[in-house]
Design a protein around this ligand. Structure first.
Ligand code: SF4
Length: 299
């Protein structure tokens, strides 16, 4: 296992999924933001940067959080119940949710945090040492450092381990397709069913997330969906009904849907916790739409 290293010793790695431009900018094609970065600039996710006209994935191998969790904490309730998973994260997220519960690591650049250097083989060794057959890429957005997630997932697959993504699913199709062969299960955080809310609350958009859900399903990934209900923000029952109808119509009727309770935090600290009756009503609506497995979380 590699020891903790001085930050200055850690080279970041040249990214994939980008275009070099004659004017010295670099256009990242990893996620739908498609950031055009000037020399020295970082992307919306903070984990990719332009140095001398090239794009670098600064989060590669810099693990800021690692621990063993029950798989139910992801949450995944229909995938290896009772098993533990090695859970790890590097800094960065391409969304900027006003309610983020992990904002200290998701809204930071890799070098702003303490980190531990773990090569993909180190992740395999850590999982085996902890007797985990599952490895979860979680807490931040594993798709913003997709090259690292993919390399770890490939190494884990080759060692007979199974990989779990906990993600908001905001990514372009080509890189996602490169990752999915190594992914067994995912919990996808569907923030709402409104493009306006995606923009105003999360700085993103809805359509790419729905496309990611479809691609994961086509790839045979086991999917569970989380929808955090924030009072007065995304708890409109007609919107929830539209979301559930879309899920049922697109073959997700058997995939668990987790409605979770919001508690005030980060830039939404002025709000109140979600009333439990809202979650119960959402569950009724989902059942009416044909979603068979509906769970309430944080209750
Ligand atoms: S992954 Fe980061 S740098 Fe790339 S387009 Fe998305 S937000 Fe921008």
């Amino acid at each position: 296992m590699k020891a903790r290293l001085n930050k200055q010793q850690i080279p970041c790695r040249e990214a994939e999924y980008y275009e070099r431009c004659a004017d010295g900018t670099a256009v990242c094609r990893l996620c739908p933001h498609n950031c055009r970065l000037k020399e020295g600039a970082r992307g919306h996710c903070r984990s990719r940067m332009n140095r001398e006209g090239r794009l670098w994935t600064d989060a590669y191998g810099k693990v800021c959080a690692v621990q063993v969790d029950p798989v139910e904490k992801k949450p995944l309730l229909h995938f290896h119940p009772g098993d533990d998973c090695l859970s790890l994260a590097a800094a960065g997220c391409n969304l900027s949710c006003r309610n983020c519960q992990n904002w200290r690591i998701s809204q930071a650049a890799p070098d702003e945090l303490d980190f531990r250097c773990l090569a993909p083989d180190d992740v395999v060794a850590l999982a085996e040492k902890a007797s985990c057959r599952l490895v979860a890429y979680t807490y931040t957005e594993p798709l913003t450092y997709l090259e690292y997630t993919r390399d770890c997932a490939r190494a884990c697959s080759e060692a007979g381990l199974q990989n779990i993504l906990v993600t908001a699913g905001y990514v372009n199709e080509a890189p996602l397709k490169d990752l999915l062969p190594y992914v067994s299960a995912a919990n996808v955080d569907l923030k709402s069913f409104s493009d306006n809310l995606y923009k105003s609350v999360c700085g993103a958009s809805l359509a790419p997330v729905l496309r990611s859900l479809e691609l994961m399903k086509e790839a045979g990934v086991w999917i569970e969906i989380t929808n955090l209900l924030i009072p007065g923000v995304n708890d409109d029952m007609e919107m929830i009904r539209r979301m559930c109808r879309w899920l049922a119509a697109h073959g997700f009727g058997e995939n668990p849907l987790h409605f979770t309770r919001f508690f005030p935090q980060y830039r939404m600290s002025e709000l109140y916790p979600t009333p439990v009756r809202t979650l119960v009503r959402a569950r009724e609506v989902a059942a009416e739409c044909g979603i068979r497995h509906v769970y309430l979380g944080n209750v």
